[in-house]
Design a protein around this ligand. Sequence first.
Ligand SMILES: NC(=O)c1ccc[n+]([C@@H]2O[C@H](COP(=O)([O-])OP(=O)(O)OC[C@H]3O[C@@H](n4cnc5c(N)ncnc54)[C@H](OP(=O)(O)O)[C@@H]3O)[C@@H](O)[C@H]2O)c1
Length: 346
Amino acid sequence: MAGRMEGARWSGKTTVVCVTGAGGYIASWLVKLLLSRGYTVHATVRDPRDPKNAHLGRLEGALENLRLFKADVLDQNALAAAVSGCQGVFHLACPVPTDKSEVLAPAVQGTLNILQACSANNVQKVIVVSSTAAVHFNPNWPQHIPKDEECWSDINFCKKNEDWYMVAKVIAEKTALEYAEKNGLNVVTVCPTMALGPLLQPMVNVSHEFLLYIIKGGPTVMKNIPWHIVDVRDVADALLLVYEKEKSARRYICAPNCTSAIDLVNMLKKAHPNYNYVNCSNDLVPNSIVTPLMSEKLKNLGWKPSKTLEETLVDSVESYEKMGLLQDVEGCPCRLPHLFHMAIEK
Ligand SMILES: NC(=O)c1ccc[n+]([C@@H]2O[C@H](COP(=O)([O-])OP(=O)(O)OC[C@H]3O[C@@H](n4cnc5c(N)ncnc54)[C@H](OP(=O)(O)O)[C@@H]3O)[C@@H](O)[C@H]2O)c1
């Protein structure tokens, strides 16, 4: 295929790539996809013996082509060992907190550390996973113009709202792009929006905590604002596409679906009527900071999202049912992660 590396084969040899934070939600799907395409994967996790990472060893092809590396992103030696011998690196490791925790050090220094390890080990291409958290929160972007890759969240606006995760994602992504320019490293950033769909890992990550909150009902009423959602399997496809396409460059938004909160709740109720959903206001909030996003740059590169929003939601709920997450546990109320505080009235 012109302009695209031939799958996992590079000069007749298998391509070796590293995925950081491999036990996490999106990374697990990426590792699964890479193994299915014949890549050899160096997967970094903070604790290879933790049962929460055991699913990686059960992925098809893991026995032959997956190697686990113990690495915190603040440990440069551990990162160097993991990327040694790799042609490509996918950097996903980053805390996504449920509360207002600061994540600047692992997000920003962690990104710099992995990029430095890549430079030192002659890695040819690095895909850094940012987020639409680094795009959306810009009050100066005109409401009627869909946000594209030129739009960056405003750090001061995010600080005012104590949105430290957003601050960290903006600084980490800008740091990665600046590092690439200064040091001649081939770095591409991808900004997925809220990723949902089935879970491979046994732990619930923050995007699923949001959906669980909607399904299990909260004490508050949700505001009717727009939400962007992408299927986790389509995110994995996007990351691999951006890696394999030689002409990919700089930044890509990955956000194919936009729906209002009330439509989201109604879509869920239609497929699964028996849960105790949150209440949602009918009136669309005017001048929401969340406005339409464009994924045209990624689509023009060849990205074709394969799942409808309905499929993504149904598959998410099916995972929750299998994992027993929809029963109420006494003394453990379902809380909305701080990251999504704009969803409810203060
Ligand atoms: N899920 C989404 O909706 C979404 C949307 C846009 C962007 N993203 C981005 O996508 C990436 C993955 O998100 P996710 O939702 O899949 O997250 P997740 O399931 O919470 O996984 C995060 C991973 O980062 C690892 N990590 C955290 N701190 C680390 C450190 N100091 N050193 C090494 N590893 C560390 C965690 O390892 P431990 O298990 O050891 O804690 C975990 O494997 C993140 O960069 C996030 O910002 C996510």
